[in-house]
Design a protein around this ligand. Structure first.
Ligand code: ARG
Length: 656
């Protein structure tokens, strides 16, 4: 399975006569977007023409007379000003598709130079329930890890758990003051989340109370500014655009300030009115600093706090594991933030001794040329930060695995953190390592705003998965009941299929969107049996298996026999060509770290299969030989779909 790599290999030597840097030229050999221009196009004559001040068309003809493609291409055409259209020979395609069909597993040629990747993904802050935002990091990181190792790279999957942050100070504080022992024994994680929320609300209350004066002062200031702007507007002629604009701006600033005071007051009123919170507020005025103190005590090894933390952690971790089991997510290592605690002091000293960090207003900072604000690695009170831990993590990974690349699958809001981190790492520990923030956008509700529950909380992951499976069961049931010869599936089968479809739908919906954009979460869309959805791919796979069942075909036996695939019909040829382009889709995913290239490819493949199936009879083929050829083509299609879905972490089913 190597059309494009083979083409590029043939061109390489010839192109070296034109430019010492052949890679960009080879890059211009690409699959055609339109079948009228052959299967592939080679457009390097254009830039070469410019560079060498010659006619591109002439260069194209010259190149094509030297590149040896006789066995590989049946047609080579120099078109227009110097485009080269290449049609792959049917014989070559037939040989390749048979080779793939005969192999026991769908594999691609391993990369020439395997690299070592650390993939840092999922990495939730434990002790807070996982929510819809975590799905993206988990699913994208999992898929990229699968694809990289499929291509022959060495991958270390690391779950950088947030197991050491302020949220533990909050829970410890909550536990010490508000725990319901019985509830904790019964359902520890539920009780811990309750405590977390409770403490959060009390903190928010006191922040609001303490912010009232400032909010009022801002309003006063904005009123003065508005009066001034009004005066200025009255002093000039009424058509003066600038004055009118200033007035508008002053008005809108005043309304923003009023709204923010309003939101403080409403937080205060609702918290005071709350049955549970109201009575305890007064005795927890210092909660903000108290929580920080609890966190600091934990970090300093305070016996009581460490014991509490050790008691909480396994429960929190087990809760997360439920999600990982459902989504089939694995890691090679799981070094959470706490793992690096002892390394933080030495990291700061090392940075200082190398002259990379220095004290500024009591804090220790790394000053980076490209950024206005420095990266703080130790606060004035001695506390270390998220960034310090990330630096220690890079150092540890370098020492342990000397990876070629580290990929951080984290949402886009942490963009600046990673820019600074990478800049600091480049001058400190890892100048040679590729450090990438695999950024992604927000999951939106159908109203276009961040996906929330009706009560305004982030949507819990567990409930989300349950709902997807329940809806998938409806789809499976309806589909089964509408079969022409009546329903075929047992209850267990339906449940199993719904499980694969429901979880697959959630993953696919996420992976099929360009990761950097936001996407709208819609159960209806993701469950559709038609379109770019997991269900459609799973359906195509199941449809092929049902052909084998209906014809009582022993497909493994057929594969092992002397039968082979012939590509006589255009639809057969088009399908085979797409199948053989699987490796190109994988290469694209790796180039940009974007799984949506793979979903696009699978969608394309499923559509090609569908047109093949419309045009070519399989079980009712004209002859036994043609039937066998088409069955094998169906089989290799299904195996590529199955392998592709597996790389997205999605399971297939034999029946739907
Ligand atoms: N725990 C962090 C969060 O939930 C994400 C950690 C990402 N990985 C890292 N090495 N910083 O925001």
């Amino acid at each position: 399975m190597k059309i494009l790599t083979e083409l590029r290999a043939r061109f390489r030597e010839v192109l070296a006569n034109y430019d010492s840097d052949v890679e960009p030229l080879l890059d211009m050999i690409r699959p055609s977007q339109d079948a009228r221009f052959g299967d592939y196009q080679a457009n390097m004559a254009m830039p070469l023409g410019k560079k060498l001040s010659r006619q591109p068309r002439e260069i194209a003809s010259e190149i094509m007379s030297s590149v040896s493609l006789d066995d590989l291409c049946s047609q080579i055409e120099v078109a227009g000003p110097g485009f080269v259209n290449l049609t792959i020979s049917d014989q070559w395609l037939t040989d390749q598709i048979n080779e793939l069909s005969n192999s026991t597993e769908i594999q691609i040629d391993s990369v020439d130079e395997p690299r070592t990747f650390v993939t840092d993904y999922s990495s939730p802050n434990v002790a807070k329930p996982m929510h819809v935002g975590h799905i993206r990091s988990t699913v994208i990181g999992d898929s990229l890890s699968r694809v990289l190792s499929f291509a022959g790279h060495n991958v270390i999957r690391d779950n950088h758990l947030g197991d050491w942050g302020t949220q533990f100070g909050m829970i410890i504080y909550g536990y010490k003051h508000f725990v319901d022992e019985g509830a904790f024994k019964e359902e520890p994680v539920k009780e811990l989340s309750r405590l977390y929320r409770l403490v959060n609300q009390i903190i928010a209350y006191w922040n609001a109370r303490n912010g009232l004066d400032d909010a009022q002062a801002t309003i006063d200031q904005k009123i003065t500014a508005l009066e001034a702007a009004r005066g200025a507007a009255e002093a000039v002629d009424p058509g003066d655009k600038k004055a009118a604009k200033n007035l508008k701006r002053a008005e809108s600033q005043l309304s923003v300030a009023t709204a923010s005071l309003g939101s403080l007051t409403s937080t205060i009123e609702s918290t005071e009115g709350d049955e549970v919170l109201g009575p305890v507020l007064a005795s927890h005025e210092q909660i903000g600093t108290a929580v920080l103190t609890e966190t600091a005590k934990l970090h300093d090894g305070d016996v009581e706090n460490v014991a509490l933390w050790e008691g909480f952690l396994p429960h929190c971790r087990a809760d997360i594991q439920k999600i990982y089991d459902r989504l089939d997510i694995q890691f090679d290592v799981e070094y959470g933030e706490s793992f690096y605690h002892d390394r933080l002091g030495p990291v700061v000293s090392d940075l200082e001794s190398k002259g990379l960090a220095r004290e500024s207003e009591g804090a220790v900072c790394v000053f980076l040329d490209e950024f206005e604000t420095p990266m703080i690695v130790r606060k004035r009170d001695g506390a270390f930060l998220y960034a310090t831990t990330d630096l220690a993590t890079i150092q540890y990974r370098q020492e342990t695995w000397s990876p070629d690349a580290m990929l951080y699958v984290v949402d886009h809001r942490q963009g600046e953190h990673f820019q600074k981190l990478f800049a600091a790492a480049a001058i400190w520990q890892a100048p040679e390592t590729e450090l990438q923030h695999i950024s992604f956008g927000t999951v939106l509700g159908e109203d276009g705003r961040p996906f929330k529950t009706r009560s305004g909380d982030a949507v819990g992951l567990e409930g989300l998965l349950d709902e997807a499976v329940a809806r998938a069961l409806d789809v499976v049931t309806a589909n089964d009941e509408s079969k022409p010869n009546g329903a075929e599936l047992t209850k267990d089968e339906r449940n199993h299929i719904a499980d694969c479809i429901g979880h697959g739908a959630i993953k696919y919906a996420d992976l099929s969107h360009n990761r950097t954009s936001d996407y709208v979460f819609s159960y209806e869309k993701m469950m559709a049996l038609e379109g770019n959805t997991a269900a459609y791919m799973q359906y195509s796979y199941a449809r092929i298996q049902s052909i084998f069942r209906r014809g009582e075909i022993d497909i493994d036996g057929l594969r092992a026999s002397f039968s082979s695939i012939a590509l006589d019909e255009p639809a057969e040829r088009a399908l085979a060509l797409t199948i053989l382009q699987f490796s190109e889709a994988i290469a694209q995913v790796i180039e940009d770290y974007r799984p949506n290239y793979l979903t696009n490819y699978l969608f394309d493949l499923a559509k090609r299969f569908s047109s093949f199936f419309e045009k070519c009879h399989v079980l009712r083929a004209e002859s036994e030989t043609i039937m066998q050829s088409r069955l094998l083509l169906c089989d290799v299609t299904a195996r590529v779909i199955g392998t592709g879905l597996d790389l997205l972490g999605i399971r297939v089913v034999d029946k739907m």
